[in-house]
Design a binder for this molecule. Sequence first.
Ligand code: PLP
Length: 371
Amino acid sequence: MENQAYSTWLEIDLGAIKNNIKVIKRMTGTRVMAMIKANGYGHGVQAVARAASEAGAEWLGVARIEEALNLRASGITAEMMALGYTPPSMIPEAVRENIHVAIYDPKMAQAYARQAQKAGGRLKAHLKIETGMGRLGMSPEKVPAFLEEIKTQDAIDLNGIFTHFARADEPGANSAAKQLNRFTALLAKLRKADLCPAMVHTANSAAILNYPEAYFDLVRPGIAIYGLNPSPESPLPEAFRPALTWKARLTFLRTLPPGHGISYGSIYKTSKDERIGVIPVGYGDGFRRVNGQEALIRGQRVPVVGRVCMDQCMLQLDSVPEAAVEDEVVLLGEQNGLSITADDLGKKWGTVNYEVVCGLADRLPRIYLDS
Ligand SMILES: Cc1ncc(COP(=O)(O)O)c(C=O)c1O
């Protein structure tokens, strides 16, 4: 097995990612832009990009132009969009590599047009609308005049219009419905004036679950393609499968006498003879330096004790007398029917599952399975 070379590693089931994308395609009946920014939400962008395309995702979405360019450099030819800010100086690259960018400001559009002209090509762009997220986006009232102006601009092919929801994961709040109303009112106005760009998109994972009226021409799922819940109030249906498991090997094990400090600051002290194991996982891997964490070993849940170090931490193994050096330990995922989910870790860390997976360090080897 490849993983025998490693003391800690991630196992990523590309079969789960493909399954999740197919489920979304069936649910929505629209085109899918698989969101693979931030190293494919920590899952490894190259492999996720290929799996997404294989599963039928027509588009790949990233935040930054350099993420898109890296994918192109590795031979990925799918339709691709950088949804965040693109510096004007990178527009010639976007034109050359056929990467769609977001526009949300008239001055920015002029700068982009100048750069596209310089590059001797046409920039593909989508207009981002501010409907309630309070992040990037053009106010709806400015849009008609802007679109009139951009029509005269040969260097920009404005082929999409989109917005992003702030609270689509809270089905009880009517925030997403309000955003949708603002957006559809604008679309109606634009259609009447024959100004509406060809492709319309709004839905992140939570909107895919909660707002079918937000599907339009394309959906933009991120967290759901990795099989993770958009939020506790918006869990994924059973057909979705989580893709990622984080494993490590027990590297050392011994019994320490009563009163023995464990790790920096000795915040944990043995109260009797205690079996203490070491695993090579620390905050340098994205495991947080917080108390009260757990791991799975030999099908049992055991506590992490003492401070988490940069590269290692310790397990209290009194309840698992059969534990032995080299045993497989699970930090995130399932073992013998027990599980630690990204939601569980997020709760312990005071954050969300998104941040848990995005924080998985580059140094963790990623082993790809396809079940
Ligand atoms: C513009 C945009 N669309 C879609 C997504 C995907 O969101 P999610 O991972 O919640 O599906 C994101 C992610 O933050 C985003 O910024």
